[in-house]
Design a protein around this ligand. Sequence first.
Ligand SMILES: [Zn+2]
Length: 134
Amino acid sequence: MVAMAELAHPLLPSIARGLKGRCPHCGKGKLFWKYLKVSARCETCDHDLARYPADDGPAYLTILLVGHLIVAPLLFFPIVWQSSPAYSLPLILVPLAILTLLLLPRVKGGWIGMMYALGVKDTDGKLHTADYAD
Ligand SMILES: [Zn+2]
């Protein structure tokens, strides 16, 4: 049994490579082949990239970041409350949607980098179910 404190790879460089959209193993190959589609294998080092689970984690983290760092401080400005929603909503929501869409692939890359550093693979989830406890 491996303790949780043991890392398979250095954490911060792996996350940084993922944030840049690069393979967390070599840092050179592209992590995504489409907007959020993870490449099956790294084009540079042939590392298996599809085995790192991302699921809903990057979406939740992106919402958390945008909500807490942008939306919550924005509510302190009275102009948000005093202006007409016909003007303020498009002026706020469109940039927020663009920011969220720009942030999501980077957060997903960082998330996959974290999974790589922790040594978590998509098959590890099956180890924790009650079916395998017996
Ligand atoms: Zn690579």
